[in-house]
Write a protein that binds this ligand. Sequence first.
Ligand SMILES: [Zn+2]
Length: 100
Amino acid sequence: MDFFISDVSEQQVRQEKEKAREMRRSRWWSERVGRGICHYCGRKFPPAELTMDHVVPIVRGGKSTKGNLVPACKECNNRKKYLLPVEWEEYLNTMGGERE
Ligand SMILES: [Zn+2]
């Protein structure tokens, strides 16, 4: 149910992680990382250096859909993990990365 968006069960988390693994094997994803652009900072990287990131994390109700899965460089990925949401927003504003 959408109104319990912060209340994600372990089973849902497992399901979405499994879906993400499938997406990672898809042609869509290899084309996505093949472009080599980090979604957040907009810089170019070799495909091997880009990781799959959920824009809205699974634990906050994010799904493993094309709209929510983006390539992220390691630096952005780490920042997203360790920054507070508000600090992350500030980081994005200063980077002015590619938005879709
Ligand atoms: Zn980046």
